[in-house]
Design a protein around this ligand. Structure first.
Ligand SMILES: CC(C)(COP(=O)(O)OP(=O)(O)OC[C@H]1O[C@@H](n2cnc3c(N)ncnc32)[C@H](O)[C@@H]1OP(=O)(O)O)[C@@H](O)C(=O)NCCC(=O)NCCS
Length: 185
């Protein structure tokens, strides 16, 4: 991972580029979040209205300007097309901002979610200075649970939220402060 400055606008990993979500991403994000494989676990199968997605992107842009947090677009290096999204978001179930990720279905199974989310974990600790990162998934969402495990997160608890069985994972800021994924000049 290459970080050009303390608060990078673009995070580059081996295969991916992550950039803060922008208003221009609305159509692509709406398509991603509406696709059956992604919406099933992310939004309890609901197709969000475009206005809701626009409001979430607006909030993400606000978070970016306020605290360099929020959601990020994932693209394969050199491509314009959205491959997925990741980032930090506060969900109703929990006051802690959670690490989220989703990848276009035709790109699943190549390690892209883990690659992007690992960059977010490093960003969260090294740039945002967070002490703790939390993520959750439907208990049945094996791929997401596997991603959390690949990030080095550990199982925290299983909890029913709004009729859904969720599993929560967490990772504490490493004691030596800097995760190995970053090189900050
Ligand atoms: C979860 C999601 C992001 C994973 O994306 P991805 O790019 O395929 O993830 P990765 O390739 O990095 O890792 C997926 C892991 O799950 C494993 N996996 C996937 N489906 C599986 C299944 N049915 N049973 C067992 N393992 C499974 C893969 O083998 C891989 O593990 P491995 O690297 O040890 O082989 C993707 O499925 C998605 O977008 N889902 C919808 C949105 C979502 O659920 N987001 C998470 C909640 S925030």
């Amino acid at each position: 991972v290459t970080v050009p400055e303390k608060h990078p606008d673009v995070i580059v990993t081996g295969r991916l580029e992550l950039a803060p979500l922008a208003e221009a991403d609305l159509e692509a994000v709406h398509a991603l979040w509406s696709s059956p494989g992604v919406r099933r676990h992310l939004f309890d199968d609901a197709v969000l209205p475009v206005a809701t997605v626009a409001a979430m992107i607006g909030e993400s842009v606000r978070l970016w300007h306020a605290s360099k947090s929020g959601l990020w677009a994932i693209r394969r290096r050199g491509e314009c097309e959205l491959a997925g999204f990741t980032g930090f978001w506060t969900l109703p179930a929990d006051p802690e901002p959670q690490l989220l990720y989703g990848i276009r279905e035709e790109l699943w199974g190549r390690g892209l979610a883990a690659e992007a989310a690992a960059a977010m974990v490093a960003y969260g600790f090294d740039v945002l200075g967070l002490d703790l990162l939390v993520a959750s998934a439907d208990a049945a969402n094996v791929a997401s649970v596997r991603v959390m495990q690949k990030l080095g997160m550990r199982f925290d608890r299983r909890e029913e939220v709004g009729g859904l069985e969720l599993v929560f994972y967490r990772i504490d800021r490493p004691r030596d402060a800097r995760t190995t994924a970053w090189t900050i000049p």
